[in-house]
Design a protein around this ligand. Sequence first.
Ligand SMILES: Nc1ncnc2c1ncn2[C@@H]1O[C@H](COP(=O)(O)OP(=O)(O)O)[C@@H](O)[C@H]1O
Ligand SMILES: [Mg+2]
Length: 383
Amino acid sequence: MTLIAPGRSVGVLGNGQLGRMFGLAARTMGYRFVVYGPDAKGPASQIADQTIIGAYEDLDRVREFAGCVDVLSFEFENVPAATAAAAEALTRVRPGPRVLHTCQHRLREKTHLLSASLPVAAFGAVQSAVEAESVAERVGMPGVLKTAASGYDGKGQAKVLQLEDAAPAFESLGGVECIYERFIEFEREVSVVAARGEDGRFAHYGLFENSHQNHILDLTRSPARVSSATARRAEEITRVVLESLEVVGVLCVEMFLTGDGELLVNELAPRPHNSGHLSIEAHETSQFEQQLRAVAGLPLGSTAPRAAAAMANLLGDLWANGSPRFADALREPAVHLHLYGKTGPKPGRKMGHLTALASTPDEAAEKVLKARESLVLPLSEIE
Ligand SMILES: Nc1ncnc2c1ncn2[C@@H]1O[C@H](COP(=O)(O)OP(=O)(O)O)[C@@H](O)[C@H]1O
Ligand SMILES: [Mg+2]
């Protein structure tokens, strides 16, 4: 097992907030941090020692980047397979190209989960409008059609309530390869962020409970309000996912919990996840330090919780009437602010998040939501 010791260089493909928080962890531990991405001023490059600007398809630039880092990781999974392969010829790439190849394509991902005997919603592959109908009929309705590649935050998805919706849904997504999934009337959405080291060691952060607004994560509570049997089962599913893919790094498993207590895997993210941001304050080792430890061949850190916690995303909408009232949100001392350094606060754009610690997840959620409201409303109107 090779150790990439502090002082050496770590690189990240992608110049967003996940890369930024990974880089902050890397710099804290004395690593040199290099970012690769198409623009010069992203959240990650603001805190990097060096940024190499290039398209993800520009293999010569990617090779230049790979040549100046001792290990390379990702902040998102949608990089071309050829990019990961070109990098791997020159440096250590973690998680490896095979993990990316599986996780960047919903059909490959679901097929892998099935082959590992893990529970997923019924699904089928759709290549044409005619097939959209036949698959919807066979799998059952309602359902959701998703582009097999490059969807995020609910983009590239269309609901199919009845047979007549299937072909138009396929066309509305651009006529590209899709997966059709049975729509699950879940009771809760949960996720498990976990890490696996080069030595096969496994560590997880327990169950997070997530709620979405317009398909974008809005609020995460830790721990999730589920039975301990459900939590154990979700953790076991996650262990099987990381082991079956031989992940070295951090991976998040998103799951649905149904009314009768069944867990179904929704999707995998082979990197730190928005639901794990609260680990920065709420756990002994954050998901970003853990990613660093895993990919650098260091021992994994403790994932023991320090407190119950809740995280609320800050979308660009909060900037509609000028700069939010950050000082008001921080009046509660157990609330912590993270801003990603993005200019141009567009509606729906993730600008930052707030985390609150408390003795129960409900209390933490109440605190963090109140703090978020106070960003835009005078305190007198909330209290
Ligand atoms: N089969 C499904 N049944 C019910 N809800 C779904 C289903 N698939 C997705 N969703 C909802 O849409 C959200 C986003 O879908 P997801 O597959 O996680 O894609 P992404 O997060 O990449 O946009 C999920 O978190 C969930 O709320
Ligand atoms: Mg998702």
